[in-house]
Design a protein around this ligand. Structure first.
Ligand code: CAP
Ligand code: MG
Length: 419
């Protein structure tokens, strides 16, 4: 097949095509059309020479069917992909193409997944409704913390810090992304001790408390650790979906443990941050929802990590809605039977950020405060109390400043961070 066979601007995609939206910047001296058709060629059935393939192979060629300035849409016949195999799909649509000399930059902006591929994956086990049900939190956002310092704490202190956070009002306490089973804080011991504290806090507060233990490890070890969480009655497991890999995530989801899956995205910015090149966070979020995480980090806008309001809000909709509308940088998607994923905002948050987050991302959100709880002038317990006070204020539609007059922990937090 010639490169020009991979472009057909009269083509209308069928419901059986997987659609990709790419931003293309050709290399010097290369026409836009040439770069576009080469993207479709290399990501489907073509190569750099005409290999005189059989006629039936030609039908599987991807087609550029729309060009709008630097954005192109490419339709891939679904037969190109093995159903239920996320790495396989990505090896085509997000594979060799990023390294081709013919493009100076190439960005996979969004994907639209056809029904048959959607239905070959389980999607989230619980989704938003399921999580609210087992956590018994009806309509406010869930609040959580990350035990800090992120590494180095001994197991006993880790468990104690978690306990204080729960006692103060956190629903969730999670490990940090780089805590696994280091010498100073071994997995098995940490899991057992921290779950004991979760039970204690549940008894004391009458609220549900969950520990999001990080099971990220080599796949067999990861599965052993998840199994142990199930045996000890944990409610959640946490996995670093990028560093562990999509295959590991599929293995974990398809084991169908009772626990909900919390997805941390550490390393994503290596390929999502450069707007001209790589893979967008939107695409990573699509893959995570498809494979079936229950909650996913999507950014904060106001915190310590990069991510604009437009980007974070659009991802929030993409993972939480059943039918997602098209925008300039997003393709439409009907998620059908695939449940919604609850958005997690984390990174540099403190109680003063709660009104902004709830205004822009809604109530179906997990807000996590690491430094913003443990760095409270009076420590973790009061830091957690301050966060819950901020949530109460917003739920009661009272400005934080006003509410803080009668809520000392919130007042102390705002005095420290809202100067
Ligand atoms: C937050 C956090 C999370 C980031 C990840 C951290 O702690 O534990 O890993 O939120 O980023 O180490 O930064 P702080 P994202 O609350 O102390 O900042 O959610 O954007 O993926
Ligand atoms: Mg972290």
């Amino acid at each position: 097949m010639k490169p020009s066979d991979f472009i057909d601007l009269n083509y209308s995609p069928t419901g059986k095509d997987l659609i990709c939206l790419f931003r293309v910047e050709p290399s010097r001296g290369v026409s836009f059309r040439k770069a576009a058709e080469t993207v479709a060629l290399e990501s489907s059935v073509g190569t750099w020479t005409d290999v005189h393939e059989k006629k039936y192979v030609r039908k599987l060629g991807a087609k550029v069917f729309s060009i709008n300035r630097d954005l192109i849409k490419v339709a891939y016949p679904e037969e190109l992909f093995e159903k239920g195999n996320a790495p396989n799909i990505l090896s085509s649509i997000a594979g060799n193409i990023f390294g081709m000399k013919i493009v100076r930059n190439l960005r996979l902006v969004d994907i639209k997944i056809p029904k048959d591929i959607l239905n070959s994956f389980p999607g989230p086990k619980y989704g938003i409704k399921g999580i609210r049900k087992f956590m018994k939190v009806k309509d406010r956002p869930l609040v959580g913390t990350i035990v800090k310092p992120k590494l180095g704490l001994k197991t006993k202190d880790h468990a104690e810090t978690a306990y204080e956070a729960w006692a103060g009002g956190c629903d969730l306490v999670k490990d940090d992304e780089n805590l696994a089973s280091q010498k100073f804080n071994k997995f098995e011991e940490r899991l057992a001790r921290t779950l004991e504290k979760a039970n204690k806090a549940e008894e004391q507060t009458g609220e549900k408390k969950a520990y999001l233990v990080n099971v990220t490890a080599e796949t067999k070890e990861m599965m052993k650790r998840a199994q142990l969480v199930e045996e000890l009655g944990g409610k959640y497991i946490m996995i670093d979906i990028v560093t562990a890999g999509f295959s590991a995530l599929q293995t974990l989801r398809e084991a169908n443990f009772k626990m909900a899956i919390h997805a941390h995205r550490a390393m994503h910015a290596a390929f999502t941050r450069n707007e001209k090149h790589g893979i967008s966070m939107m695409v990573l979020a699509d893959i995570a929802r498809l494979i079936g995480v229950d909650q996913l980090h999507i950014g904060t806008v106001v915190g310590k990590l990069e991510g604009s309001l437009k980007e974070v809000s659009e991802i929030n909709e993409e993972i939480e809605k059943k039918v997602v509308k098209k925008t300039h940088d997003r393709l439409s998607q009907n998620w059908g039977k695939i449940k919604p994923v609850i958005s997690v905002s984390s990174g540099g948050l403190q109680p003063g950020h709660v009104p902004y987050l709830m205004e822009h991302l809604g109530k179906d959100i997990v807000m996590q405060f690491g430094g913003g709880i443990h760095g409270h002038p009076k420590g973790t317990l009061r830091g957690a109390i301050a966060v819950r006070q901020a949530v109460d204020a917003v739920m009661q539609k009272i400005p934080l400043k006003k509410f803080s007059k009668n809520h000392i922990e919130l007042k102390e937090a705002l005095e420290l961070w809202e100067k």
